[in-house]
Design a protein around this ligand. Structure first.
Ligand code: ZN
Length: 506
């Protein structure tokens, strides 16, 4: 009887796979069966597709309809298959010529009225179609701009099922994607705005150059948030591969800014301390939404008032920070999203959030230790740079005469330092100093002469520095040398690196 096959794409993490959508129409009791590991939303597709077809003025075939999505092994989530299912049904029943949309990948959710609605993840889905060799895609008009980012693909946009049917029947043109306009990205916060705080400025420069996680400890008003927000402005712009990954993750989250284009600036995410675990690491029904840790991929994840986050939240962040990948549990298996992010923790020295030594602060030393202790173990262990920022006096903040550097000037040094590190570590598979395991730095050819590490070893012997702390100081000292254009750290670099670990948890 009637059979038709059209193409769509399913997502597994950020990777898309071309999916064949088959419709088989057989005589028998009218019914619709969907097979091929569909989730609930896909079952609901049956009702949407039928209503959309009828409300677009087309005939719903009163036959036994089997819809199948291949490969069956690929879990399929969400509503992006609706439009392909509708086309398969119409082609199978002879309403549409069977070859019209051959080799065309079709994406889109259907409203009951036949409107084609935007779907999350269009960009990585179109990228998958292009990689699989398909040069033509039909996407919802609302997603056309992001689809057009992928080179080598002709993008056709549709706003209704009716428009697609008319196009196939009599060649009515589909909608063209919007011209890729150079999107004016508003400049982010700049270091020019930060007066004073030389220690804080130095700390974020070193964190940026070495890819080190950073903890900023200090009283309210010390400028912790100001500094953290400016870290992306001194990180290198995202290269093509990174920009595609980051833009794909934001596409899956449905958070792309209108106007299209790849996201080139390292992202900055600052989830509130009341954020749920799914909001931090990803989750939700249907196509899993990436959490803050993935939306901060290749950028910065800022946890302000870090000790206020729930124990579960901090615990949930540990695995992604360790592996650079987050696994979001699904009913069938798990979805993996990249999560290689630079962590910035900010914390007040004590729970009352008054400057330490302030007359109003009544916190006991124990209460203070406990407060920061919430961060130790899981997270603080991974933080190479931990600084205590002094309160900034109003007079210092308001000074306009003192020259301070712009983000661009600092970023130029960061790029050079990163290049030096990349050249050194490429043979070992590492890119930034923060990635290099401690033992590696303690062995030839990278171990430092005894004269340079004397103070470090003294602290290790007296117990004022742990073995992990020792390695973190070594890593940071390499970054300091890279920033200064020298090929090895000396005792002064070690001394500064030790200074950058005066925070709790050494
Ligand atoms: Zn206090």
């Amino acid at each position: 009887m009637g059979y038709a096959k059209v193409l769509s794409v399913g997502l597994a993490g950020v990777a898309g796979h071309v999916v064949e959508v088959e419709a088989d129409l057989a005589p028998g009791l009218p019914a619709v069966l969907i097979s091929g590991l569909p989730d609930t939303a896909l079952h609901e597709a049956r009702d949407r597709v039928r209503a959309a077809i009828v409300n677009s003025g087309q005939k719903w075939p009163n036959r036994r309809i089997t819809l199948n999505l291949l490969p069956a092994t690929l879990p399929k989530y969400g509503s992006a298959f609706d439009l392909a299912l509708a086309v398969a049904v119409l082609a199978g029943s002879g309403e549409l010529p069977p070859v019209a949309l051959d080799a065309t990948v079709i994406l889109g959710e259907l409203g009951l009225d036949g409107a084609v609605r935007p779907v999350r993840g269009t960009l990585p889905m179109v990228a998958a179609a292009a990689r699989a060799g398909y040069a033509r895609v039909v996407v919802p008009a609302g997603n056309a701009a992001e689809a057009a980012v992928i080179p080598g693909v002709r993008v056709h946009a549709v706003d209704t099922l009716h428009r697609l049917v008319a196009h196939v029947r009599d060649g009515t043109p589909l909608l063209a994607p919007p011209e890729p306009a150079p999107v004016a990205v508003p400049p982010g916060p700049d270091l020019l705005d930060v007066a004073g705080q030389p220690l804080g400025r130095r700390a974020i420069e070193i964190a940026a150059a070495g890819g080190h996680h950073l903890a900023l400890l200090g009283p309210p008003g010390a400028g912790k948030t100001m500094l953290a927000e400016r870290l992306p402005s001194i990180l290198p712009e995202l290269d093509d591969e990174a920009a595609l990954e980051v833009t794909a993750l934001h596409s899956i989250a449905g958070l792309l800014p209108p106007g299209g284009g790849l996201l080139r600036r390292p992202p900055f995410q600052a989830p509130h301390h009341t954020a749920t675990v799914p909001a931090l690491v990803g989750g939700g029904s249907g196509l899993a939404r990436p959490g803050a840790v993935s939306l901060a991929h290749r950028g910065v994840l800022f946890l302000d008032e870090a000790p206020e986050y729930g124990k579960g939240a901090l615990e949930a962040l540990r695995q992604p920070l360790e592996s650079g990948v987050v696994r979001v549990a699904r009913t069938r298996g798990a979805t993996e999203y990249p999560a290689r992010t630079q962590l910035v923790l900010a914390a007040n020295p004590c729970p009352c959030a008054k400057p330490s030594g302030d007359a109003d602060c009544e916190c006991t030393p124990l209460a203070r230790r406990r407060y920061l202790g919430r961060l130790s173990g899981p997270l603080l262990d991974r933080v190479d740079v931990q600084v205590r920022l002094p309160p900034v006096r109003a007079a210092e903040l308001l000074r306009t005469d003192a020259p301070h550097e712009s983000s661009a000037a600092v970023a130029a040094r960061v790029v050079e330092a990163r290049r030096a590190a990349a050249d050194r570590w490429t043979p070992t598979g590492h890119r930034v100093n923060a990635d290099v395991p401690g033992p590696h730095l303690r062995r030839p050819p990278w171990h430092l002469p005894a004269r340079v590490t004397r103070e470090l070893r003294r602290r290790l012997d007296t117990g004022s520095l742990s073995a992990r702390g020792y390695d973190r100081v070594l890593r940071v000292s390499w970054t300091i040398a890279d920033l200064d254009g020298r090929d090895r750290p000396d005792e002064h670099d070690i001394a500064e690196a030790i200074q950058l670990r005066t925070g709790e948890g050494t």
